[in-house]
Design a protein around this ligand. Structure first.
Ligand code: TXA
Ligand code: MG
Length: 320
């Protein structure tokens, strides 16, 4: 296993059917040829992911999209024009070229055009589309640096393509469409509900039916979890003031002052309470506090709008 900046070498390995980690603007992905069944099986194996949880297909151009899908609804077209390349994943009716293995037997394929220049260059170098789930073991925290990938996956893959720290630090927003072509958010991510609504006002959050199978497995209750227990509180200062336990506490601060006491390790998400900066730093903070071997990680809920809504969604699953 090595960490490398050599795009040609990564492309060569992908052409040989191998799995390599690649940077994107959201999180690092575990890339493989989306048209090669054995390479796709290897992705599921490396991730220890159940075959029932489908993969996102990554493309570099709309020309590359055409053969993968049978139709693009007007609203899908509109969102693609507005947000691609970028952190938006669209659920579209798949063509026969996309296997049931990729979509876990769904007639819809998840597609996205990433914005990271290294990802785009790699996609152009191989010429086939790439499946790329986040480059972490199933249910654990998505990696936002090459070092995190190494920390999470160790020696399981031959190469990690290093593109520096991810600009967004949160996964893409996954959007499907109902029978009236209304956008439904299946996974909150780097694109906010509000910014979708500024393009298509009817955009809404998908509410899973109370029973029956979840439509998008990524909406699993436990997800993005660090190995250390995580507690989300209403008031961080009050929690720490009243805390009488003896555990070593790791704190994710959002511009809080004077949090350090004898028993705390503080990671600052954003001194200036900037949500984009906090998004970029959340997973990095969870990795750092796992490494610091604290007994408990504590963080305060964000105001529930914009990226704060996405951050709260991740915290809810990470603490489940
Ligand atoms: O930002 C991202 O999306 C990153 C980077 C690497 O592109 N990828 C990523 O992939 O987060 P993954 O596999 O960790 O999450 C994909 C999400 C999962 O929640 C999965 O269930 C959902 O998308 N998904 C994928 N294909 C789907 C499909 N055909 N139907 C419904 N949901 C799908
Ligand atoms: Mg993931």
């Amino acid at each position: 296993m090595k960490i490398s900046k050599d795009i040609a070498e990564a492309a060569q390995l992908l052409k040989e059917g191998k799995v390599v980690a690649m940077p994107t603007e959201t999180v690092y992905g575990l890339a493989a040829n989306a048209l090669d069944p054995s390479a796709i099986s290897e992705v599921f194996a490396v991730k220890e992911r159940p075959a029932t949880n489908p993969l996102i297909v990554h493309i570099h151009s709309l020309d590359q999209l055409a053969p993968l899908v049978v139709e693009r609804s007007p609203n899908a077209q509109k969102l693609a024009e507005q947000f691609w390349p970028g952190p938006l994943t669209l659920l579209l009716k798949k063509s026969d070229r996309v296997s049931d293995q990729v979509t876990a037997n769904s007639p819809y394929v998840a597609v996205r055009m990433p914005k990271h220049p290294v990802a785009l260059e790699l996609l152009k170098a191989v010429s086939f589309p790439l499946v790329a789930p986040s480059a972490n073991r199933y249910t654990t925290v998505s990696p936002t640096t090459a070092e995190h990938v190494l920390q999470n996956l160790g020696e399981r893959i031959p190469l990690i393509l290093d593109g520096g720290p991810c600009e967004k630090g949160l996964e893409s927003t996954v959007v499907g469409f109902d029978s009236e072509d209304r956008p439904l958010v299946y996974r909150l991510g780097a694109i906010t509900l509000e910014s979708l609504q500024s393009v298509i006002q009817e955009s809404a959050l998908f509410e899973a039916p109370p029973s029956g199978p979840t439509h998008s497995p990524g909406s699993a209750k436990k997800h993005y979890a660090p190995s250390t227990p995580l507690k989300v509180v209403e008031d961080l200062k009050a929690f720490l003031t009243h805390y009488s336990g003896s555990e070593k506490i790791g704190v994710l601060s959002f511009g809080h002052e004077n949090l350090t006491t004898r028993q705390t390790t503080v990671v600052e998400l954003s001194q200036t309470r900037d949500l984009e900066e906090a998004s970029r730093n959340l997973y990095r903070g969870l990795y750092a506090l796992d490494e610091a071997k604290v007994d408990l990680i504590v963080v305060e809920w964000f105001e529930n709008k914009g990226l704060g809504r996405t951050l709260n969604d991740k915290l809810k699953r990470a603490s489940f």
